[in-house]
Design a protein. Structure first.
Lengths: 149, 85
């Protein structure tokens, strides 16, 4: 299930939905990304996205994960709009028969969505708002999946 | 053809989308970017040589050699910055 929404993410409801009525799931691995404030003075951010393309790119990443690992269900929820430090920004959960593939697929999905999903952060700083630049480390983290299955 | 701009490119150009008539000499994404530069100061800044601009044709990532024939929607934007950090 892929969803892009302005509202907060209800993590327990998402986990409940992921596993409801199934007896074949042995474990769920999940990642919740938060808006981090603190040292660099970010007071809030606005996440812009390319509606349509976002869902399409997330669907490709999900298909790719399913080709690599025998996972049962995948949930990705990504927010857009204005967010303040401490708020949830993204949630990824993978249900599988065994924990190894759940952990691996979850990490893969998070790494890839950061480099493929068309989202841009506009940070609200004391001196004015500023578009965040992409980080080379994020490309490197995603890139290592091109070598190891 | 519909052209969309996001994030810093949208800010520089001052609009989120527009309809353009492709000139006959513009056949690829790279050629479209070069042509965009000549459309005004905002465009020149957004598409400046060395600016990190990514493109999508009909909502899939496209490199500079991608042909525009048949394309309905082209988008330009900076490298993406989603997710938690």
């Amino acid at each position: 299930m892929i969803r892009v929404q302005r509202e907060d993410i209800d993590v327990s409801a998402e986990l409940e939905r992921l596993t409801a009525g199934r007896g074949d799931i042995g474990g769920v691995a999940s990642f919740t990304g938060l808006v981090r404030g603190g040292e660099d003075g970010v007071r809030a951010m606005t996440l812009e996205h390319y509606a349509g393309m976002t869902e399409r790119q997330l669907a490709y990443i999900v298909e790719d994960a399913r080709r690599r690992w025998p996972v049962i269900e995948i949930t990705i929820v990504h927010r857009f709009g204005r967010l303040v430090p401490g708020e949830r920004i993204v949630f990824v959960a993978v249900a599988a028969a065994h924990r190894a593939e759940a952990f691996a697929a979850c990490e893969f999905l998070v790494d890839w969505l950061k480099t493929k999903a068309p989202f841009w952060k506009l940070e609200d700083r004391p001196g004015g708002s500023e578009w965040v630049e992409a980080r080379v480390e994020d490309d490197a983290r995603a890139g290592r999946w091109e070598r190891t299955p | 053809m519909k052209v969309l701009y996001f994030a810093g490119l949208r800010t520089r150009i001052g609009r989120a989308e527009e309809q353009i008539e492709l000139p006959a000499e513009v056949a690829t994404v790279g050629e479209l970017m070069a042509w965009m530069r000549g459309r005004g100061p905002g465009y020149a800044a957004a598409f400046a040589e060395g600016a990190l601009v990514r493109a999508a044709v009909d909502q899939d990532y496209a490199g500079p050699d991608r042909a525009l024939a048949g394309a309905v929607e082209v988008a330009f934007f900076p490298p993406v910055t989603g997710g938690g950090r």
